[in-house]
Design a protein. Structure first.
Length: 385
């Protein structure tokens, strides 16, 4: 027996008029109006902001709905707990190229309802993320180190947030998939969603042709976390390249946070580990205790050579100062034999040389020069300098 579909009684006419207005008026008033209408309809989650991306030279991305995830959300999805995670806050970004596809106001509304609905309406997306994490580490016969989640969380966030954003997105479908969305149908926009999708395909070609894995960023993130020591530098390079070509400002923002997290990764724990070793007053400290710092010299050479903006320079400077401080602590502990003291001193001088290269780039404003911490030479043993 055929039954008629159930429809929401909500009046969607404000959505339609605002999406029609957006074609000619990209002002904050229009964008805020769409945001407020979303918050009236989806009243159990908050749209924080809507961005309009004037996309003239990047690939078409349509719309991006980016969840704003709590730290506890990330932990629950990575650890695979039984806690159901529902997105509470999100951002929306609209590609200007979408408004050039000759869509009606109702077709644009259908796209918006579809994109937002699939991110915040239920917990199926977050449960799929949990399943994907569990499957990946099982297939690799690995165990994710979750003891350092405070440092790792920002890196995981990239894979989790982009995974949720793209998992059921209209703009990340294969065109062989059927566009049958019960939620959009219940809103009364089922036909418009189908016609909008056809216009997208006809105008932009097959979206993500050949890309079947919609969680590829999550997979990349997990691979990085399972092999951080070997993968961190290549990952930084890949993220910087991706950021340059990425059209979505929301995604670029997530990439930037991940780059920052990788730059600062595990610095605190390295410092604490070495200080703990020094404070134990070993009879003789081996040079191998600072092998990690020596191994990082190559990375810092690359980062300093490629550094072009002040913010990056300040991050590198703080990291270099931390390592110089550790080396000084170790040398002043008087627990190094003469040979290892000489090796440690040479390593310190190489770090000082790298830092000098960075300062010579003259990337700093006057107010930031005070952040430099000069690390003096140890004068007690001049024969080893």
């Amino acid at each position: 027996m055929n039954t008629k579909p159930k429809y929401f009684t909500y009046d969607f006419s404000n959505f339609d008029s605002l999406m029609l207005k957006l074609k000619d008026d990209h002002s904050n008033d229009t964008l805020n109006g769409i945001r407020d209408e979303l918050n009236r309809f989806f009243n159990d989650a908050k749209c924080v902001n809507i961005l309009y991306n004037i996309n003239t030279d990047k690939v078409f991305f349509g719309m991006c709905v980016m969840p704003s995830l709590l730290d506890s959300d990330i932990d629950n999805m990575i650890k695979g707990t039984d806690v159901k995670v529902r997105v509470q806050k999100y951002y929306v970004e609209i590609d200007s190229k979408l408004l050039q596809l000759n869509m009606s106001a109702r077709e644009l509304t259908a796209c918006l309802l579809h994109e937002v609905g699939h991110v915040i309406n239920d917990t199926s997306g977050t449960e799929k993320i949990k399943d994907a994490v569990a499957a990946y580490v099982s297939n690799k016969n690995e165990v994710l180190d979750q003891s350092n989640m405070n440092n790792d969380r920002e890196i995981y966030r990239l894979g989790v947030a982009l995974g949720l954003s793209k998992l059921n997105s209209l703009f990340n479908r294969d065109d062989d998939e059927l566009i049958a969305d019960s939620f959009v149908v219940a809103c009364g926009y089922g036909d418009e969603l189908s016609s909008a999708y056809k216009k997208i395909i006809n105008s932009t070609g097959k979206l993500n042709k050949g890309v079947k894995n919609k969680l590829i960023t999550l997979q990349w993130t997990l691979s990085l976390m399972l092999n951080m020591k070997a993968s961190r530098i290549p990952a930084l390079h890949s993220l910087k390249v991706s950021k340059k070509v990425e059209p979505s400002e929301l995604i670029k923002n997530n990439i930037s946070h991940t780059i920052d997290a990788l730059y600062k990764y595990d610095i605190k724990s390295i410092h604490e580990n070495l200080v703990d070793k020094i404070s134990d007053y070993f009879d003789n400290v081996s040079y191998s205790d600072i092998r990690d710092i020596e191994d990082e010299l190559y990375e810092y050479n690359i980062r300093v050579k490629n550094c072009e903006i002040e913010d990056d320079a300040l991050i590198i400077t703080r990291e270099l100062n931390t390592r110089l401080s550790i080396l000084d602590d170790l040398m002043m502990s008087k627990k190094l034999n003469d040979s290892n003291f000489k090796k440690c001193s040479d390593l310190k001088n190489r770090y000082l040389f790298i830092r000098k290269q960075l300062t010579d780039k003259k990337l700093y404003a006057g107010r930031t020069l005070s952040l430099f911490v000069d690390t003096p030479y140890i004068k007690g043993r001049p024969d080893l300098m």
